[in-house]
Design a protein around this ligand. Structure first.
Ligand SMILES: Nc1ncnc2c1ncn2[C@@H]1O[C@H](COP(=O)(O)OP(=O)(O)OP(=O)(O)O)[C@@H](O)[C@H]1O
Ligand SMILES: *[C@@H]1O[C@H](CO)[C@@H](O)[C@H](O)[C@H]1NC(C)=O
Ligand SMILES: *[C@@H]1O[C@H](CO)[C@@H](O)[C@H](O)[C@H]1NC(C)=O
Ligand SMILES: *[C@@H]1O[C@H](CO)[C@@H](O)[C@H](O)[C@H]1NC(C)=O
Ligand SMILES: *[C@@H]1O[C@H](CO)[C@@H](O)[C@H](O)[C@H]1NC(C)=O
Ligand SMILES: *[C@@H]1O[C@H](CO)[C@@H](O)[C@H](O)[C@H]1NC(C)=O
Ligand SMILES: *[C@@H]1O[C@H](CO)[C@@H](O)[C@H](O)[C@H]1NC(C)=O
Ligand SMILES: *[C@@H]1O[C@H](CO)[C@@H](O)[C@H](O)[C@H]1NC(C)=O
Ligand SMILES: [Mg+2]
Length: 673
């Protein structure tokens, strides 16, 4: 009887809580079933929708959104006592876009100040510098929908326990263990369905349990992840709770539907009937009447509009484009010439970002979305192979990685091709290294971060995407810096123009850029991941030394950067090669590692070069740094190769080093096609 009345009381209490939508049961318990009118704190791009969903990433930009419980909670009874048991549950939904995107995280942190945190895979709570720092005092559960191998993610659909670091202490593919048969059932985080997560911590055992299920299931008996970690070393006496996401420009949405918390007690149960509804993924089903009327109406409309557009286009030859039947399947990636024309102010010189081997690059701003773009205008003769080329650049447009500048789409006109890239406000790396435009000197941590970033981007291209992608033109001018000075590999697809015979039928080009070309390319002409590794090696040396791959010395002789570094290596004066502009302010062991890797990657023998996976391991300190013994790398061998005329980079070139080599250049040494 007593038990019954108390459970009745409990039920009444809970339902009162639910009806109020939000209610705080003192400091140590709360429940939100939807957030309409709720007292919560938002910052960044987070908003509450009219329906009462918290939308953490309501932005077209790459920005961060946070949501906090408005007050700090006391996780310890007194400053020196242990962190008490607690329990959290929340309901969320991820609305995917056509592109994979980062996830979001629940956190308990010492403050609401995340001003130094960064977006994407750092979820707006961590940054690249504070990984594993005990003074972070951050406990987080990441709901991650992208594979970032440099952060040791297990897959693109997982949940992880993050303690002071975005590298999870423990993680598991999203899903649950079935109560009946004990089998694991995976759940797809990005189907747009609502799901529930529970987090329980016990002060007696220091055990952390994390469970998840779909919205209509009860809490699974066996947790998805269970680990022992004494959170008394992590969570501060008073701490803030909340959610964060730092999604990309891709329109993916991270919604929180409901949330509850209990200190020293289970989190109140979220009544799923009271939760706001997630927006629908995909088109709305139509009422019956419309099914008949609508096709006729739209048919007529489409015809009229089509006719008008046709006539307008006919009249307005200025914006004429080349569009063929096969392009319909690439529709979303096809930009209209008119949009590109207006967005770049009619390809005005004022908006010219630079001129490269293929054409001019202009800055633009897309009219509707206000997204900044860089448009590369390439002229081409033949249209043979165009279909294959477009299919390839569209598939390359699906690449998504923190260190890759996205290719957004393309447009065609007669004799011209336009490639639309994400605009990178800080321009290309070469401008910083070779101090043009009075750019500031890059500090050592920046340089090392750039090398690591590009290594991880290349690893993604070579091994982690669905196809092996070879970049073929890695060099400082194709490394772009975004607004956080994060390095991104740019200029995809261009090398492919050659393969498809779209450029220059008269002079046959070598794909790539002089100084970065692997020697075997001269004979085999076949780009492989290891020819990229070679260019990457030269690139590392260029970043560390602040010198171009080929330089003329006082006697007007061509000096190869790699030879010069190698000479210093043998003379044990390797640190003399580090960029003097750093004034000795750099980390010696990191610099030596980078130089060593640079030499190893640009090894003339293909089979001596490491793969990008090994390179990333060395750079992250996960593998012993490689030995560079005389047998690996010796002078006689290089000298021998050079005497045999194998080494394309000792040949004399016209002074413009940024230009693409052509057969007429190469053939002087008999290594042309
Ligand atoms: N997405 C971008 N955002 C900002 N600036 C860019 C972007 N893409 C290119 N640029 C700028 O335009 C310049 C010219 O680029 P382009 O790629 O045409 O030449 P390149 O890189 O020197 O040679 P290559 O033709 O071999 O790539 C670059 O040096 C860079 O500064
Ligand atoms: C929201 O909660 C905070 C902390 O409990 C309180 O100070 C503030 O007055 C509340 N705001 C509203 C509008 O209720
Ligand atoms: C947030 O922290 C940064 C340092 O990380 C500090 O510079 C800034 O003043 C802080 N902002 C507030 C509002 O406390
Ligand atoms: C950890 O972070 C604190 C404060 O940001 C900083 O002072 C300290 O140097 C960092 N420690 C390490 C090992 O990076
Ligand atoms: C997780 O944390 C525990 C306790 O500190 C530690 O022993 C374990 O190695 C960590 N696991 C990983 C994968 O970092
Ligand atoms: C999850 O669902 C989305 C959309 O239905 C699909 O694109 C994606 O491939 C699925 N992911 C997994 C891991 O099955
Ligand atoms: C974690 O799950 C295990 C297994 O179900 C259970 O025995 C334990 O009590 C749970 N711990 C917490 C803190 O909930
Ligand atoms: C956790 O650490 C605190 C001290 O930081 C200690 O007092 C407590 O006993 C530890 N808890 C467990 C379960 O080991
Ligand atoms: Mg370029």
């Amino acid at each position: 009887m007593k038990a019954m009345s108390s459970s009745l009381l409990c039920a009444i209490f809970t339902s009162v809580l639910c009806f109020a939508t939000i209610a705080a049961g003192g400091d140590d318990q709360f429940l939100f079933s939807g957030f309409a009118g709720a007292n919560i704190t938002l910052d960044g791009v987070a908003t509450i929708t009219p329906d009462g969903l918290v939308d953490l990433t309501n932005a077209h930009e790459r920005l961060i959104g946070h949501m906090f419980y408005p007050t700090a909670l006391h996780f310890r009874k007194s400053p020196n006592s242990i962190v008490q048991s607690f329990s959290v549950s929340f309901a969320f939904g991820i609305h995917p876009n056509y592109r994979p995107s980062q996830g979001f995280a629940f956190f308990i942190a010492k403050s609401m100040n995340f001003s130094s945190a960064i977006d994407l895979q750092y979820f707006g709570i961590f940054n690249t510098m504070n990984q594993g720092n005990l003074s972070n005092h951050i406990f987080a559960i990441e709901i991650d929908t992208l594979l970032n191998s440099e952060l040791r993610d297990i897959d693109a659909n997982h949940i992880g326990i993050d303690i002071n670091s975005v590298i999870s202490n423990e993680s598991h593919t999203a899903g649950f263990y079935d109560d009946n048969n004990g089998l694991f059932n995976p759940l797809n985080l990005t189907t747009g369905e609502a799901m529930l997560v529970w987090i329980d911590y016990s002060e007696e055992t220091s055990q952390i349990n994390v469970s998840m299920s779909s919205l209509y299931m009860s809490k699974p008996g066996r947790p998805l992840i269970s680990t022992i970690y004494n959170l008394s070393t992590v969570i501060t006496e008073v701490a803030y709770l909340g959610f964060a996401s730092g999604a990309g420009k891709d329109n993916t949405r991270h919604y929180i539907l409901g949330w509850s918390f209990g200190m020293n007690r289970p989190a109140p149960i979220i009544d799923i009937r009271k939760l706001p509804k997630l927006p629908r993924v995909g088109p709305k089903p139509q009422p019956k009447v419309l099914v008949v009327v609508l096709p006729i109406a739209t048919g007529t409309l489409v015809f009229t509009v089509g006719l008008t557009v046709f006539l307008l286009v006919r009249r307005n030859k200025k914006y004429a484009e080349l569009r063929e039947d096969w392009e319909t399947e690439f529709g979303p990636h096809r930009f209209s010439y008119k949009d590109l024309y207006y967005s770049t102010g009619g390809f005005k010189t004022k908006n010219l970002l630079g001129v490269g081997g293929f054409g001019r690059v202009y800055k633009g701003m897309l009219p509707k979305s206000n997204v900044e773009i860089a448009v590369k205008r390439v002229s081409h003769e033949s249209k043979q192979g165009m279909k294959e080329f477009v299919a390839e650049i569209v598939s390359i447009g699906r690449l998504q990685h923190r260190n890759i500048a996205h290719l957004l789409g393309y447009c065609r006109r007669k004799g011209e091709l336009f490639l639309v890239y994400e605009y990178m406000p800080n321009g290309s790396l070469d401008k910083y290294l070779h101090s043009q435009d009075n750019k500031p000197t890059l500090s050592w941590p920046h340089r090392f971060q750039i090398i690591k970033g590009i290594a991880s981007g290349l690893l993604y291209l070579h091994e982690e995407w669905e196809k092996v992608v070879i970049h073929r033109d890695i060099k400082a001018s194709n490394i772009l810096l975004d607004n956080e000075m994060n390095a991104r590999l740019g200029d995809f697809g261009l090398a492919r123009l050659y393969d498809h015979g779209l450029v220059d039928s008269s002079t046959t080009h070598v794909v790539g850029t002089i100084g970065y070309l692997a020697p075997e390319l001269a004979c085999t002409r076949k780009a492989t991941p290891l020819t990229d590794v070679f260019s990457f090696g030269i690139f590392i040396l260029e970043v560390v030394c602040g010198r171009r791959p080929i330089r003329q010395n006082a006697q007007e002789k061509q000096v190869m950067l790699v030879d010069w570094v190698l000479e210093h290596w043998h003379n044990r004066t390797i640190t003399d090669t580090v960029d003097a502009a750093l004034h000795g302010d750099y980390n010696v062991s990191e610099a030596c590692l980078a130089l060593k890797l640079g030499l190893l990657c640009s090894h003339p023998f293909v089979d001596r070069r490491p793969t990008m996976r090994q390179v990333v391991k060395y750079l992250e300190g996960d593998a012993e740094s490689p030995e560079l013994t005389p047998t690996h790398m010796n002078f006689e061998m290089l000298a021998m190769m050079q005497n045999e005329g194998f080494d394309p980079y000792i040949m004399s070139y016209p002074s413009s080093m940024t230009s693409h080599g052509s057969v007429s250049d190469i053939s002087t040494t008999g290594t042309g096609r």
